[in-house]
Ligand binder design. Structure first.
Ligand code: 2IT
Length: 447
């Protein structure tokens, strides 16, 4: 394989799909050396096949807003790679959603899911619907209209969507309600992230953030450090940031900043239980403003408009929001302020230049597809419970999540340990995920 040749071809075929091309380049650069040691991969054109989705569905979503006006959005489901199991991955509702974004997410999801140890292929979907400022009734009508189109393409053994940015328990509920009506199928395993009384797994809402912190603990432990007493800056205040803040605080770290599209909210004394609970209300309000935290807790916080969490002094940075939310200048600012670890919790949260800055400055860095895999792993556990018509306790799910995050960390160490003994977690995660999918594709012939 020659990475540049493959990228040139892909850029010509898919011009302007910048996030997708960025995600592919990162993986190919990581796996190039290993790939070229396996002539059977080259012969079967594994990479050429792997960079194209199995199939993509695009559809119109028309719905009526509270004023009685008709709205039209775009809907998508990208079934990226089904080599190791049914397609699995979230739905993203955000105004910037386009095919490039969902292809990048589906591509990443394929390797992430392979890392979880569970048999799940990679998929992703969503819409350019903007939940900001929408009423609950509008959210419901949109979700119903979205499922009206999607239902025929999903199923518990074919493709199992879940939440992502802009899609949480409320949206999954509205979509599941409509799925049942249309399909006349009552198999809860068609979606994950459901409510706990109708097939949802205990701990799924917490799982991405909890898993990220379990991974961070393993990474710190391997480096001879302990999380207790460390300061953490994180971005976002949605489901993932909430889970991360909860577990970080429980483990004795101090979350000193959260952020939103409007700016950063510093919390010098560390985030409290009341503030963590308030994050849920902030998300449900659909206002998308972190300033609300500072308004609610004025004595303990300081809001600065237009600034990111990366301007705040901290030991560990945890991007928990959106792709490319931490760029080279942010990385340099963090490094200058003494940050020595960054675990990417969002998907592709750091730009390639930021990752390069971290790695060349000896900062401990781990990529999203390893760090945030606890979310989809717990979705996989939800599928298992649904298929067996059982429900596990929080302890059972948490124990399994612990085991999975430890396995992912071990896989990164196995494939990412460099000749000088340092661990390249980007390479480790990419190679470990790739090897599993590539082997499956090889064994299943040309298809
Ligand atoms: O990026 C992700 O892994 C998710 N949004 C979760 C996907 C899932 O199927 O739980």
């Amino acid at each position: 394989m020659n990475v540049q040749n493959i990228m040139t071809n892909l850029e010509a075929k898919h011009p302007g799909e910048n996030e997708f091309l960025q995600a592919v380049r990162e993986v190919l650069e990581s796996i190039e050396e290993v790939y070229n040691q396996h002539p059977e991969f080259e012969k079967a054109k594994i990479v050429e096949r792997m960079v194209e989705p199995d199939r993509v569905f695009t559809f119109r979503v028309a719905w009526v807003d509270d004023n009685g006006d008709v709205q039209t959005n775009l809907g998508y489901r990208v079934q990226f790679n089904g080599a190791i199991g049914p397609y699995k991955g979230g739905l993203r509702f955000h105004k910037a959603v386009n095919l490039s974004m969902l292809k990048f997410l589906g591509f990443e999801q394929t390797f992430k899911n392979a890392l979880t140890t569970l048999p799940m292929g990679g998929g992703k979907g969503g819409s350019d619907f903007d939940p900001v400022g929408k009423s609950d009734a509008e959210i419901m009508r949109f979700c119903q209209a979205f499922m009206w189109e999607l239902w025929q393409n999903i199923g518990p053994d074919t493709d199992v969507p879940a939440g992502d940015v802009g899609v949480g328990g409320r949206e999954i509920g509205y979509m599941y309600g409509m799925y049942k009506k249309l399909a006349r199928e009552y198999n809860t395993g068609v979606l994950t992230g459901k409510g706990s009384t109708w097939g949802g797994s205990i701990l799924r809402p917490e799982a991405t953030g909890f898993g990220a912190l379990y991974f961070t603990e393993h990474l710190l432990h391997k480096a001879g450090k302990d999380i207790k007493g460390l300061t953490i800056a994180l971005s976002g205040f949605g489901n993932v940031a909430w889970g991360a803040a909860t577990k970080a605080t429980e483990l004795g770290a101090k979350v000193v900043a959260i952020s939103g599209p409007d700016g950063v909210c510093e919390i010098p004394g560390g985030i409290t239980k009341e503030m963590i609970d308030y994050m849920l209300e902030m998300r449900a309000s659909n206002r998308n403003k972190v300033e609300d935290m500072a308004t609610k807790f004025p004595a303990a916080t300081k809001f600065t408009a237009g600034k990111k969490a990366w301007s705040v002094k901290c030991d560990i940075a945890l991007p928990c929001a959106f792709q490319n939310e931490l760029n080279e200048a942010d990385a340099k600012e963090l490094i200058a302020n003494g940050t020595w670890c960054c675990c990417e919790v969002s998907n592709m949260g750091c730009t390639p230049e930021a990752i390069h800055a971290f790695q060349t400055n000896g900062i401990l860095f781990a990529p999203g597809k390893a760090v945030n895999a606890g979310g989809v792993a717990t979705s996989g556990l939800e599928m298992t419970q649904n298929a067996a018509h059982i429900s596990w306790s929080a302890k059972e799910v948490d124990d399994k999540l612990h085991f999975i995050m430890e396995s992912i960390h071990e896989a990164c160490v196995k494939y990412g340990t460099q000749p000088d003994g340092k661990i390249d977690y980007v390479k480790g995660a990419n190679i470990a995920g790739f090897m599993k999918v590539a082997q499956a594709m090889l064994e299943q012939g040309v298809c």
